[in-house]
Structures are given as structure tokens and as C-alpha cells.
Design a binder for this molecule. Structure first.
Ligand SMILES: *Cc1c(COP(=O)(O)O)cnc(C)c1O
Length: 856
């Protein structure tokens, strides 16, 4: 029989234990072992049974247990102390508040389609979401005033299992928000706060707003499963990356537009200040800029002025170097939704559609592109590693015609990971007991011999490997039961993997570019590495393929088919249902983390960072973060066959290189032991990794970079443009309009140079003169630049510097003479040219308007 209504019946905590509820509902427990210890001690057996889900845990406690504890004065004092510690953490000044000159200006709204905060809140599919979760936690640790904005998906991402034949199957368990560490945002009269969007056809979409508290940082999650909606409306937030087309578009409108409205409700109900800066983690939340323009226009601003305010205060982080990874919608469909959205405002739909138009070379005029809109609505944009920044500049260069890819205004901030979440507490304890806080923070403690000894480090590493082996055995057994095996057939699973064998991990989502099965390219050679009589390796593999990704699922089936073979099944396992819980055992337990994407398609990658923080070594293609921070001592590189177009030949080459590095470098070093069985040379690499990568790969470093290079400049640009009733924004918009209108008349008439006769020498100075026509513009509006550097065979500048020339003379009809000098700094072929670009103190790049007039 089906119940017609469902209630969650809660245990009422006795008054002395009431703070337990606060401790369970603030996700800080997920990275604070001391808080977890207090919760676990309430009922250790039950805590283990709920596998680290404090809300479910408190809900399941018996009244007898609670009454006994409430009478235990020592325990009550511990609970009170833990609550006081959390309160201090939430309110005391931290890094951000201690910056020179006092707290920096501004607060930040951080939008993301997914957040990976804890296994107990499964609202993520992979790296993008985990990064967003780590961003919130690190912002909290640093005291950065940040608010997260996302969606609450009723089924989150899918749960993965294997069928008898080794194919991935998906299930979508429905979550009950009342069982999650969430609180509903309510009006003062207790009714749920509602966010409403107008949809085409006079429909509306309502959402309620759940709040997760992440240390100091609130995360607002919109949920459309409310009675006010029709069935289709209720399903908008059903699954993460579930549907395509219009379903996806509705999710993104709810996230962007609804997210801004949720923030407004949050400010109204809690008194929190309105955010000064809006950061969109990937393009999915891009409609937030449209909503902010709509608000400004409704308040009386004209469209170009509104655009300038929004651009100045928006940060866009792009995450994919794969064009197929970008959201694109039919422009006519987007037009219908925008019509409904702006119906009562003076924001023309055509202006919104123009923001996402692929009107560049190679674009599709019928498509609305979320990344294009993201870049046009954000004056500050970045990729997620150095290499990815460069790849993004090339990929988006057609949006800035006339400029070199190097000048495309997309920078980079390399991702990081939240160490307190990802480092095994056992390793943290070992370090904390033997290093000063300073030595820990700078990493130097790992290389000083007074600190942790090799033996101690090796003991902990062995313990972590052993824990992974035990967990893998449980998971393999459970998976085989699910696949239909009887217990009597499963005795062999007791001996799957060995606690002493070199353990390689490979876990990630399974898009084809990550090449899950590269290790199988030469099955015989791979088998001989696994089965080596003295120096074997063992491999733990995990990963989910997107439900619609048939090629990805096929890769999983191939891997499983290999791992099912009787001769190797004790040395290679596929663990279904990769998630944060599995990851917390897997990363610390691996000796080596394997990463073999098709370069340069891995924008950053973060799992290898988490392994490094736990004293594992990386073996990776030089892609993403590894391209930046591999230093020859902290792991190994898989050489790549960049530029080889035949994918089969490329895979074969790179797989052979992978086996070679394993066989000749990794394996011998791991098994090179002294008389006490300790691999000194391996541990030297581990120490070097912990000491040098440790500080760099942390998300606190990443968030501090965002604060310094993006948030603070955006907040102060926004303040400038908003002052005096948007006077600065109006002036900037008017200036841009005037420059665009006048630009067709801007040209370089003539260029001359002297001062270098015949064969030039290093140190010679070249005098450059240029005569330009500026039409209706003045020298204040432009910069005339000499662009110079080494030249290649076709006279193209292979790299260049742009130096401003100074105006020396003015003539009739807007014509001017300019001059300047260039020092010839290096030997070899040299060349230069002269160009005119717009100039204004509010531009973040000379390429911003996409206007340039070049000589010749
Ligand atoms: C870190 C993490 C990822 C992302 O790993 P990549 O190396 O970026 O692919 C995916 N899933 C989980 C559960 C993670 O913890």
C-alpha cells in the first residue's frame, strides 16, 4: 500500500544536547575530525552504521541513549565546547579580515550547477562540483564573505552498479531534503520563501530555497519540487545533468535568474548584504547576468549602462577545452524564454540573444552559446590552469578578431583542493605531532629529518593502503553479489588485492578523452606488470559514465571484462559507484595516481592533487595542473604524441610509454628497500611532493588568488561604475558607443623608423614614427602602439610586446603623428608593426572591444 503523505519523525534532543543539532547541520563536521569525534561518541555503533551522515544519525538515536547522555556532565561539556568552537570559527576574524588595510571590499556570490560537499549531500557528478564544494569550504576557512548558489536535485546524480555482464546500470534514489543537512528559507510568517520565474505560455516556475551551512558560508539551493508547480515544473530540478534541450535550459534559467532572486530573498530575510561580485563556475549559470541587467533596467538604467555594471562585477571561470562540453541552445527557444522573462521590462530580447550569439567566424547563427554569453557578460574570465588558460585563449580567439590569441582576455587560476577534506586524518595527526604550524603550512617540515621519520611515514602509508584494500574487498564482494553471484562463489574476494603491493589508482568520470582503457592497450604487457612474481602492481579503477554516453559505458564494460578474468582479478578491480566516500579511502591508499587524458583536454584535474597531499605520487600526461607543477622529482610523466592525428597510433604510442615508465622507473623505485624494508628513495619523492606541491595544490591558495586577482578588482571596478547613480557606467557605455561608431575612420597612414643602420646590434634603439588618422576620436581615446618581437619565417611575430608611442604633432582632420623608441633586446630576426587600439581606464584589456586598426 502506498502512503498518501510522508513525514520524517525526529527525535527531540534533550536541552543539554541541543547544540548537537547545530554541529550536525553545519557541514564543517565533514572536514573537522574533532566535531566528528563528538558526534560519533554519542553512539559509535550507530555512527558507523549511518556512514558519516550526522542528520540521519541524530534522527535515529533512541530516547534512552539521549537521556543517558544528557545526564553525563562530561559529555555535555564536550558538546558545549564543540559548539563554542564552531561559533568561534564562524565569527572570529580570519585571513580575509586580517588583510593589510582591514577587510577587503565586497562579498561574492558563487554560482555552480553542482556542489560536492559531502557524500551525505550527493549533488555533484565530478570535478566541477567537488571544486565548487572545496571553493566554499576554503572561502569559509579564509573568512571570505561568500554565498554559494546552486540547485537541489531530488535525485542528485545517479548511483552506479554493474550488471552480470559488467555493464553500468543507473538508479536514481529520491532524496528527502528533511533528511539532509538543509534548512528551508522561510518568510517571517513561517511560510517557505518562494522564487518565481515567468515561463512562455503564461506558465510560471516556482522554487523554494534550501540553505546548507558550510562553515561560515551559506549555500542556497533552489528546488522546483513544490505544489505551486505543474508536473513539468516540479521535474525541473529532478536530476543533475539529466535531460537535454529545454529541460536543461529551464534548469539553467532557474539557476541563473532564480539564483539572483534567491539571493535577494536571502538578503531581505537575513539582512545579509547584497553581493558585490558574481562568480559563475562554468557557463551554466550565465543567465545570472541577464537577470542582473533586467534588475538594473527595471530600476531605470539603459541597457548599455546595465551591461557595464554587470560586466565589471562578474567573474566567469571556463572549465572545458572541449567545444562539445559547452552548453548550446537553439536561439529561437532561448528567445521564447527570454521574452517571458523580460516581458514587463525595457530589456529587449534581441539584446539578450546578441550576448550568446555565435556571430564570430565559424559560429552557427541559429545557436545561443552559454560560454559566449559568459565571456560577454564578464569583464574578468579565467581558465583553471596555465595550460588551460592558453588553450581557452586559442579556443575563444574568434570572439576577438584582429587580436592574437595571446591577447584574448582570459587569464588563469589553477585549481586547488581543500586539504582538511581530503587529507587522511592519520597523516595530519602524524604531521601535526612533529611539525610546527609554520613548517606544516610551508611544507618544510616534510623535508626536515627532525620531523617525521621514514619509518613513521611508511607505517602510515602502509596503514592507508591496507584500509583501501579492505574497503575494496568489501566493495568487490558487494558488487559481485549484486551481479548475481552466491556467497559460496565469492571466497576469492577475501584475497583481492594485497596490502603490500604497489597500488595504482585511476578514478574519474569516464568521458572518452580521459581514456579509462589506455592501460589495456597491450593486454599481455599489462598482465605481466600485474603478475610480476616479485614486483607486481595492483590497480584500483572507478568512475561513472554519463547515462547518455554509450562510448563511455563501453569503456567501463571493457575494463570490467578485463578485471573479471580469473588470472588477474586479484590484481585489478573496478569499484562501482565512485563518490566522495569512496574517494576518501581511495586517494590516501594509492601509492601512484594514474592520469592519461588526451592532452590538452584535461583542463586541470584535481584528483592527483588530493593524492599528492596524502603522500602518493603522480604518473600523468603533462596536462592541466601537472604541466605546470611537475618538476622531475615529484612523480613521473607519460610522454605524449601530441600532433599525431591517428588516434589509434597515438594511444599505442602513449600506452607503450606508460608501460615503460612503470616498468623501468616506478616499479623498481617502489621495491627498492633497505634492510628494514623501507623504500628510502621512494619516500624521498613522497617527502619532496608533500613539501613542494603541498602548499601549492591547496584550495586556500586558489581562493586567495581569486580574491586578489579577480574579486577585489571586480568589487572596486563595480563601486567606481555605480557611484553617483551609475555615472561611471553611463560614461563608460557612452564612450564605448562613441568609439565603436568612430572606429571605421581610424587607421594607420604611414610608419617610418630609423636609428638602426645595416646590421643591428643588441642594445641598439630603434626610433619609430607613425602617422595615424583618428576620425572623430582624440588621442585620449586610443593608444597607438609599436608591437615588436622576434619574427618567424613568414615574418609573423612569434611573441611580442606592445609599447605605447607618444603623440608628437596634431594636424587637420583628426590626423596625428606619434613617436617612440624600441630597444633591441635580443639577437636574431626582429620585426615590428604599429596599431591603434581603444584606451580607457575602465577597460580590463585593450582587446575588450575587439577593435584594432593595424598598419599595412
Ligand atoms: C576530485 C574528484 C573528482 C575530480 O577528479 P579529476 O581528477 O578532476 O577528474 C571527481 N570525483 C570525485 C568523487 C572527486 O573527489
Amino acid at each position: 500500500m502506498r502512503a498518501i503523505r510522508r513525514f520524517t519523525v525526529r527525535t527531540v534532543l534533550p536541552a543539554p544536547l541541543a547544540p548537537l543539532d547545530t554541529l550536525a547541520r553545519n557541514l564543517r563536521w565533514s572536514w573537522h575530525p574533532a566535531t566528528r569525534a563528538v558526534l560519533a561518541d554519542v553512539d559509535p555503533a550507530l555512527w558507523d552504521a549511518v556512514r558519516g551522515d550526522p542528520v540521519a544519525f541524530l534522527g535515529a538515536l533512541t530516547r534512552e541513549r539521549l537521556e543517558a547522555l544528557a545526564a553525563d556532565e562530561r559529555f555535555v561539556a564536550r558538546v558545549r565546547a564543540a559548539a563554542a568552537d564552531l561559533a568561534a570559527y564562524r565569527h572570529e576574524p580570519r585571513w580575509y579580515q586580517r588583510q593589510a588595510g582591514g577587510p577587503l571590499p565586497g562579498s561574492v556570490a558563487y554560482f555552480s550547477p553542482e556542489f560536492g560537499l559531502a557524500a551525505a549531500l550527493p549533488q555533484y557528478s565530478g570535478g566541477l562540483g567537488i571544486l565548487a564544494g572545496d571553493h566554499l569550504k576554503s572561502a569559509s576557512d579564509l573568512g571570505v564573505p561568500l554565498v554559494g548558489v546552486g540547485l537541489l536535485y531530488r535525485s542528485g546524480y545517479f548511483r552506479q552498479a554493474l550488471d552480470r555482464d559488467g555493464w553500468q546500470t543507473e538508479t536514481y534514489p529520491v532524496l528527502d531534503p528533511d533528511d539532509l543537512p538543509l534548512t528551508l528559507l522561510r518568510e517571517d510568517d513561517g511560510t517557505p520563501a518562494a522564487v518565481r520565474l515567468a515561463l512562455p505560455g503564461a506558465r510560471t516556475l516556482d522554487a523554494q530555497v534550501w540553505v546548507a551551512q558550510v562553515g561560515r558560508v551559506p549555500l542556497l539551493m533552489l528546488d522546483s519540487d513544490v505544489p505551486a508547480n505543474d508536473d513539468a515544473g516540479r521535474r525541473v530540478t529532478d536530476r543533475l545533468y539529466g535531460g537535454g534541450g529545454e529541460h536543461r535550459l529551464q534548469q539553467e534559467l532557474l539557476l541563473g535568474v532564480g539564483g539572483v532572486r534567491a539571493l535577494r530573498a536571502w538578503s531581505r530575510l537575513t539582512g545579509a548584504p547584497a553581493p558585490d561580485v558574481f562568480h559563475t563556475n562554468e557557463g551554466h549559470a550565465g543567465f545570472l547576468g541577464v537577470e542582473r541587467m533586467r534588475e538594473l533596467v527595471a530600476d531605470g538604467a539603459d541597457v548599455p549602462t546595465a551591461l557595464e555594471v554587470v560586466r565589471a562585477t562578474t567573474v566567469f571561470t571556463t572549465h572545458t577545452p572541449v567545444p562539445a562540453g559547452i552548453d548550446r541552445f537553439e536561439a529561437t527557444v532561448v528567445g521564447r524564454y527570454v521574452d517571458a522573462l523580460v516581458e514587463h521590462d525595457d530589456l529587449p530580447t534581441a539584446d539578450v540573444l546578441a550576448l550568446g550569439a555565435e556571430d564570430h567566424e565559424g559560429g552557427d547563427p541559429l545557436t545561443f552559446n552559454m560560454a559566449v554569453m559568459g565571456l560577454r557578460l564578464a569583464a574578468r574570465a579565467n581558465g583553471v590552469s596555465h595550460l588551460h588558460g592558453r588553450v581557452s585563449r586559442e579556443m575563444f580567439a574568434p570572439l576577438w578578431p584582429g587580436f592574437d590569441a595571446a591577447e584574448v582576455p582570459i587569464g588563469s587560476v589553477t585549481n586547488g583542493v581543500h586539504a582538511p577534506t581530503w587529507v587522511a586524518p592519520e597523516l595530519t595527526e602524524l604531521a601535526a605531532g612533529r611539525m610546527s604550524a609554520q613548517e606544516l603550512a610551508t611544507g618544510t617540515g616534510w623535508t626536515s629529518r627532525q620531523g617525521v621519520t621514514d619509518e613513521q611515514l611508511w607505517d602510515v602509508r602502509g596503514w592507508l593502503r591496507g584500509r583501501l584494500v579492505a574497503d575494496a574487498r568489501d566493495r568487490v564482494r558487494a558488487s559481485w553479489r549484486h551481479r548475481g553471484a552466491a556467497d559460496v562463489e565469492l571466497g576469492w574476494t577475501d584475497d583481492v588485492l594485497s596490502p603490500d603491493v604497489l597500488t595504482i589508482g585511476f578514478a574519474r568520470r569516464v568521458p572518452t578523452y580521459k581514456r579509462l582503457t589506455l592501460m589495456l592497450a597491450d593486454p599481455d604487457r599489462f598482465r605481466s606488470l600485474l603478475l610480476h612474481p616479485d614486483h607486481p602492481v595492483q590497480v584500483v579503477v572507478a568512475g561513472k559514465a554519463h547515462p547518455d554516453d554509450a562510448p563511455g559505458k563501453k569503456l567501463i564494460a571493457e575494463l570490467v571484462a578485463f578485471a573479471d578474468q580469473h588470472d588477474v582479478r586479484h590484481r585489478i578491480v573496478f569499484l562501482p559507484d565512485y563518490d566522495m566516500r569512496m574517494a576518501s579511502t581511495l586517494y590516501p591508499g594509492c601509492d601512484l595516481w594514474l592520469n592519461n587524458p588526451l592532452r590538452p583536454l584535461e583542463a586541470c584535474g584535481t584528483s592527483g592533487m588530493k593524492v599528492a597531499l596524502n603522500g602518493g605520487l603522480n604518473l600523468s600526461v603533462l596536462d592541466g595542473w601537472w604541466d605546470e607543477w611537475y618538476d622531475g622529482e615529484n612523480g613521473w610523466v607519460i610522454p605524449t604524441a601530441d600532433g599525431v592525428d591517428d588516434p589509434v597510433a597515438r594511444d599505442a604510442f602513449e600506452a607503450t610509454a606508460l608501460y615503460d615508465v612503470l616498468e623501468h622507473h616506478v616499479v623498481p623505485r617502489f621495491y627498492d628497500r633497505d634492510e628494514r624494508g623501507v623504500p628510502r628513495r621512494w619516500l624521498a619523492m613522497v617527502r619532496h611532493t608533500l613539501a613542494t606541491l603541498g602548499p601549492k595544490v591547496q584550495a586556500t591558495r586558489m581562493v586567495a588568488d581569486y580574491v586578489a586577482h579577480l574579486y577585489v578588482p571586480a568589487a572596486s571596478a563595480g563601486a567606481d561604475l555605480r557611484a553617483d547613480d551609475l555615472a561611471g557606467a553611463r560614461a563608460l557605455a557612452a564612450w564605448k558607443a562613441r568609439v565603436r561608431a568612430a572606429w571605421p575612420a581610424v587607421h594607420v597612414d604611414h610608419v617610418d623608423s630609423g636609428g638602426v643602420e645595416g646590421a643591428a646590434q643588441v642594445g641598439d634603439r630603434l626610433h619609430v614614427q607613425a602617422w595615424v588618422g583618428l576620425g572623430d576620436l582624440t588621442p585620449d581615446d586610443v593608444e597607438v602602439q609599436v608591437v615588436h618581437g622576434p619574427v618567424g619565417a613568414d615574418d609573423e611575430l612569434t611573441s611580442f610586446t606592445a609599447d605605447a608611442l607618444a603623440v608628437t604633432d596634431a594636424f587637420e582632420a583628426g590626423r596625428y603623428a606619434y613617436a617612440g623608441e624600441v630597444e633591441l633586446a635580443a639577437t636574431g630576426a626582429f620585426g615590428y608593426t604599429v596599431r591603434v587600439v581603444p584606451r580607457h581606464p575602465s577597460l580590463t584589456s585593450p582587446a575588450e572591444l575587439g577593435l584594432v586598426a593595424a598598419a599595412g
